[in-house]
Design a binder for this molecule. Structure first.
Ligand code: FAD
Length: 465
C-alpha cells in the first residue's frame, strides 16, 4: 500500500511525487507515455522555448546582426537540425525527471492509470497487461489536451495543433493561426521569424485577451513588424483541407466573410482538461460540466483522500501553477498547512518582446470600482534596451490610489519573463510603488524600467522620461 499514488507525470504530478517522497511518504507515479514530464516537457513549454530561442537567433542574424556590425553571409535555416536540437533539449529534461524519481525512491509505473475503487488504481501497459496498485491517498494530475471547434477536423497534417507545430518538416509559406492566445502567438512567432507569412484570426477584440489590454495592443504592434496579419473580432466559420492548401473562412461583426488560404492552419483556441480512461466514476470522483475534476479549496475531490491538481482542475493552465498545487497537496497530505496565492501566479508569453504579468489588470480594477494610479515606462527610454536594440514595449504598474500598494504589474519588453519575478516578490510582501521606487536597481539593466514605472506611479517622478 502506497501513501501516495500520483496519476500523470507532468509538472503537477512529478513535483507532487517529489515533495511527497521528501516528506517521507511511500510514493508511486503512473504515466501512460514512455517519457515523464507531461505536456510541458514533451510537447509544451520546453520544446516551444527551444524553437523560440533557435528562431530568435536566426531572426537576429538575418535582421539585426548587420546593424551590430556582424556580417552573416549565406544564412539559412537547417530545420532538421533545429528540430534535432529541440528533441535533445526535451530528452535532457525528461531524463532529468527520471533521475529525480530514482533519487527520491519514487516507483514509476508505466501505463494508463484507471480507478478500480477509491483506493485502487489499475495500471494497464501498452501490451495489455495490467497491475493493480493501492494507495491511502491518490493525486489526479492528468493534465489537458488541445481543444477544437466542433466543425474543425484536425487531420494533424494540414490542420494542426501545437503538438504538430513543434515538429514541422518544413517552414510553412503561410500559416493561418486560429486563436490569438499565448500558444498561437508563440508558435506563430517561431515560423514568422523564419519567413512564414502568419495570419491570426481571433474572436475577441485583442490578442492575449485575458491579459491587460495594453499588453495585447503592444504585442500586436511588435508582431506586425514581423509581418503578422491580424483579423480580430472574426469568428471562424469553416476550415477546409484542399489537399496542399487549407481554406479558413471567418466572419466579422458586420457579418462579412473573409477567406484565407494557407498551407497550414494551427488551431490554438485553448486546451481542455483530460480525464479519458481514468474511470473517475469508479472512485466516486465528480467531473464538472466543463470536464474538470471538481475540487474544493484544499484541492480535494468529492472523495476526500483523492486530490486533483494542474490543468485538469480549475484555474490557469500553467506549469508553475500545477507545480505549486503539487507541493500544496503533498504538504496537505503530510498534515501541513500550505497556502497558494493564486493572484500572484504570473502569466508569461514568450514572444519577442516577451509579455509578463502578475496581479490585477486595469480592466479588473475598473470592474471592481477600485481607485488606482498608473505608472508607465517605455523600453525606448532604457539605456540597456537601446544597447541591445530591444526598445519595443513598456512596463505598466497599477497601484492603489490611497495606500500605494502595488496591485498589478504588466510588462512587455526584453526578458520580462524573468523580470516579472521582482514584481511577484514585491506583491507577495505587499510593497508599495514607493518601496520599489526607492530601491537601487543595477544600471544599465532592463529591471530599471520597473523602478521607473514605480517612480511614474508615485507623483509622476520617473527620471528618464
Ligand atoms: P500535463 O503536463 O498535461 O501532464 C499530464 C500527464 O498525465 C501527461 O503526461 C499524460 O500522458 C498523463 N496522463 C493522463 N491521463 C493518464 C492516465 N489515465 N494514466 C497515466 N497517465 C496519464 N505553461 C507554462 O507555464 N509556461 C509555458 O511556457 C508553457 N508553454 C506551453 C506551450 C505549449 C505548446 C503548450 C501546449 C502548453 C504550454 N504550457 C506552458 C502549459 C503547460 O504545459 C501545462 O500547464 C502543464 O503541462 C500542466 O501540467 P499538468 O501536470 O497539470 O499536466
Amino acid at each position: 500500500m502506497y501513501d501516495v499514488i500520483v496519476i500523470g507525470s507532468g509538472p503537477g504530478g512529478y513535483v507532487a511525487a517529489i515533495r511527497a517522497a521528501q516528506l517521507g511518504m511511500k510514493t508511486a507515479i503512473i504515466e501512460k507515455y514512455p517519457t515523464l514530464g507531461g505536456t510541458c516537457l514533451n510537447v509544451g513549454c520546453i520544446p516551444s522555448k527551444a524553437l523560440l530561442d533557435s528562431s530568435e537567433h536566426y531572426h537576429n542574424a538575418a535582421h539585426t546582426f548587420k546593424t551590430h556590425g556582424i556580417n552573416s553571409k549565406d544564412l539559412k535555416v537547417d530545420l532538421p537540425q533545429m528540430m534535432a536540437r529541440k528533441d535533445d533539449v526535451v530528452k535532457q529534461n525528461v531524463d532529468g525527471i527520471q533521475f529525480l524519481m530514482k533519487k527520491n525512491k519514487i516507483d514509476v509505473h508505466q501505463g494508463v492509470g484507471s480507478f478500480v475503487d477509491a483506493n485502487t488504481v489499475k495500471v494497464t501497459q501498452a501490451d495489455g497487461s495490467s497491475t493493480d496498485i493501492q494507495g491511502k491517498n491518490i493525486i489526479i494530475a492528468t493534465g489537458s489536451k488541445p481543444s477544437s471547434l466542433p466543425f474543425i477536423k484536425q487531420d494533424k497534417k494540414r490542420v494542426i495543433t501545437s503538438t504538430e507545430a513543434l515538429k514541422m518538416k518544413e517552414i510553412p509559406k503561410h500559416l493561418v493561426v486560429i486563436g490569438g492566445g499565448v500558444i498561437g502567438m508563440e508558435l506563430g512567432s517561431v515560423y514568422g521569424r523564419m519567413g512564414a507569412k502568419v495570419s491570426v484570426v481571433e474572436f475577441m477584440d485583442s490578442l492575449i485577451p485575458s491579459m491587460d489590454k495594453t499588453m495585447g495592443k503592444e504585442l500586436q504592434k511588435s508582431l506586425k513588424k514581423l509581418g503578422f496579419e491580424f483579423y480580430l473580432k472574426h469568428k471562424v466559420t469553416g476550415v477546409e483541407n484542399l489537399g496542399k492548401e487549407v481554406l479558413v473562412k471567418a466572419e466579422n461583426s458586420n457579418g462579412e466573410t473573409i477567406e484565407l488560404k494557407g498551407d497550414y492552419v494551427l488551431v490554438s483556441i485553448g486546451r481542455k482538461p483530460y480525464t479519458d480512461g481514468l474511470n473517475a466514476e469508479a472512485a466516486g470522483v465528480k467531473i464538472t460540466d466543463r470536464g474538470q475534476v471538481e475540487v474544493n479549496d484544499h484541492l480535494q475531490t468529492s472523495v476526500p483522500h483523492i486530490y486533483a491538481i494542474g490543468d485538469v482542475v480549475k484555474g490557469a493552465m500553467l506549469a508553475h501553477k500545477a507545480e505549486e498545487e503539487g507541493v500544496f497537496v503533498a504538504e496537505t497530505i503530510a498534515g501541513q498547512k500550505p497556502h497558494i496565492n493564486y493572484l500572484l501566479i504570473p502569466g508569461v508569453v514568450y514572444t519577442w518582446p516577451e509579455v509578463a504579468a502578475v496581479g490585477y489588470t486595469e480592466e479588473q480594477l475598473k470592474e471592481q470600482g477600485r481607485k488606482y494610479k498608473t505608472g508607465k515606462f517605455p523600453f525606448m527610454a532604457s539605456g540597456r534596451a537601446r544597447a541591445s536594440m530591444d526598445t519595443d514595449g513598456l512596463v505598466k504598474v497599477l497601484a492603489d490610489a490611497e495606500t500605494d500598494e502595488i496591485l498589478g504589474v504588466h510588462m512587455i519588453g526584453p526578458r520580462t519573463a524573468d523580470m516579472i519575478a521582482e514584481a511577484v516578490v514585491a506583491m507577495e510582501f505587499r510593497a508599495s510603488a514607493e518601496d520599489i521606487a526607492r530601491m537601487s536597481h543595477a544600471h544599465p539593466t532592463y529591471t530599471e524600467a520597473f523602478k521607473e514605472a514605480c517612480l511614474a506611479a508615485t507623483d509622476n517622478r520617473a527620471l528618464h522620461i
